[in-house]
Design a protein around this ligand. Structure first.
Ligand SMILES: [Fe+2]
Ligand SMILES: [Fe+2]
Length: 337
C-alpha cells in the first residue's frame, strides 16, 4: 500500500501537487528549500502551507519535515514546476527515484539537463567536461532502457531554434525514439544495454567535430566561402579523431560520427560510400530531419510531417527508417495539425 492511500489523500491532489520523496528533500538546501512546501493535514483533509520560499526552517522543523516526508504527507506545488525541473536537472539521477513525476515533466528535466551538458561540452570539448555529460546520458539510457516508449515524450520536447547543442539534443531524442519504433517488438530481448548506450552516445555526439569549427562559421547565415565550407565538411573526420581522446572508440559511436552525411547512392561525404551500417543510416535520418524542422534566422523550420514526407520521398535515405519516422509522428496528435 502506498503512503498516499495510508493517508487517504484525495484524488486530484496530484494534479496540483507533487508528493516529494526523502531523496528529493535531501537534495534541497536543508534550511532554505528552493520552493514552497506544503503539508497534507489529515484531520482537516487539506493541503496547508508549511514553508514559504525566502524563510528559514528551524532545526526542529528540519527534523519534523524529514519525518513528515517519510510519512508521505509533504508536497510541492506543480505551479513551481520550473523551479523543480531546474533543481532536478542539476542532479539528474534524482529523476530515477522520483516516482511522482509525470512523463512529460521528466521529459522537461532531461531536455534541460542534457542541453546544458551538451553546450558545456561543445564550449569546452575535453574529457573532463565530457565525463559530466556521460553521467547524465547514462541516466537517460537507464530511464529509456526500462521502457523505450518513453522516448516519444522526449520527441515532443525537441527544440525549434537551431544551435549545436539544440540540434544534438534533438538528434539524440529522435534517433532513440526511431530506434525504439524500429525495434518495437524485440527491444526487451534483442537490445543489449551497452549497444543502446553507445548508439545513444553516437546520436547525441554525431556533430562533435563541429565544436572545433569557429562559432561565427557555424552560425553564419550567408553562403560560406570555400575555406569555411571545407572546415564544416571536415567535421566528421575531426569528430572521429576526438572520439579517441574521449575513449569512445565503439563502432556504434564511430558510425554515427563518420557516416551521418553519407548517402545510399554515394552522393554523400566525406567517403561517398554506399555501404552504410545501421547506426550511420539511422543517424542520417535523425540528423536531416532535425535540421529540416529547426528555425534558422532567415528560414523557419518545416512542419514535422512535411519534413518526414520529404525524407520518405528521398531514395538517398533508408526506406525502413523513414517509414518508422512517419509512423512515429503519425502516432502523435501533436504533429498531425
Ligand atoms: Fe553533421
Ligand atoms: Fe547534425
Amino acid at each position: 500500500m502506498s503512503s498516499k492511500q495510508q493517508h487517504d489523500i484525495p484524488d486530484g491532489l496530484n494534479e496540483e501537487y507533487y508528493q516529494i520523496s526523502a531523496d528529493i528533500l535531501g537534495s534541497f538546501n536543508k534550511y532554505r528549500p528552493p520552493l514552497n512546501i506544503f503539508r497534507f493535514k489529515e484531520d482537516v483533509a487539506r493541503i496547508m502551507p508549511y514553508y514559504k520560499v525566502g524563510g528559514r526552517l528551524t532545526n526542529e522543523q528540519v527534523e519534523e519535515l524529514q519525518t513528515l516526508t517519510k510519512d508521505g504527507v509533504i508536497f510541492v506545488s506543480r505551479e513551481d514546476h520550473p523551479v523543480y525541473v531546474k533543481h532536478i536537472s542539476y542532479q539528474l539521477d534524482l529523476v530515477l527515484v522520483d516516482k511522482n513525476l509525470k512523463e512529460k515533466e521528466t521529459a522537461d528535466i532531461f531536455t534541460q539537463a542534457l542541453t546544458r551538458k551538451l553546450k558545456e561540452f561543445f564550449d569546452q570539448p575535453v574529457p573532463m567536461v565530457f565525463e559530466k555529460l556521460w553521467v547524465d546520458l547514462m541516466v537517460l539510457t537507464e530511464y529509456l532502457y526500462a521502457d523505450i516508449r518513453r522516448a516519444r515524450a522526449l520527441v515532443r520536447r525537441m527544440h525549434k531554434e537551431h544551435s549545436l547543442e539544440n540540434h544534438s539534443l534533438n538528434s539524440g531524442f529522435l534517433g532513440l525514439a526511431l530506434f525504439g519504433k524500429i525495434k518495437e517488438k524485440t527491444f526487451k530481448e534483442g537490445v543489449r544495454r551497452k549497444t543502446f548506450d553507445r548508439l545513444a552516445a553516437g546520436l547525441f555526439l554525431h556533430d562533435l567535430g563541429m565544436a572545433k569549427v569557429p562559432a561565427f562559421i557555424r552560425s553564419k547565415d550567408k553562403p560560406l566561402t570555400g575555406d569555411e565550407r571545407s572546415k564544416v565538411n571536415n567535421h566528421t573526420k575531426v569528430g572521429y579523431e576526438m572520439l579517441g581522446k574521449l575513449n569512445l572508440r565503439y563502432p556504434e559511436v564511430e558510425q554515427c560520427v563518420t557516416d551521418h552525411h553519407e548517402r545510399l547512392n554515394g552522393s554523400g561525404y566525406p567517403m561517398k560510400t554506399t555501404e552504410i551500417e545501421f547506426p550511420g543510416r539511422l543517424c542520417a535520418v535523425a540528423d536531416s530531419f532535425c535540421a529540416m524542422i529547426s528555425d534558422r534566422p532567415h528560414s523557419p523550420g518545416l512542419p514535422y510531417l512535411k519534413a518526414a514526407a520529404d525524407l520518405a520521398a528521398d531514395p538517398r535515405y533508408d526506406k525502413d527508417i523513414n517509414k518508422a519516422l512517419q509512423s512515429l509522428l503519425m502516432l502523435d496528435m501533436k504533429f498531425k495539425a
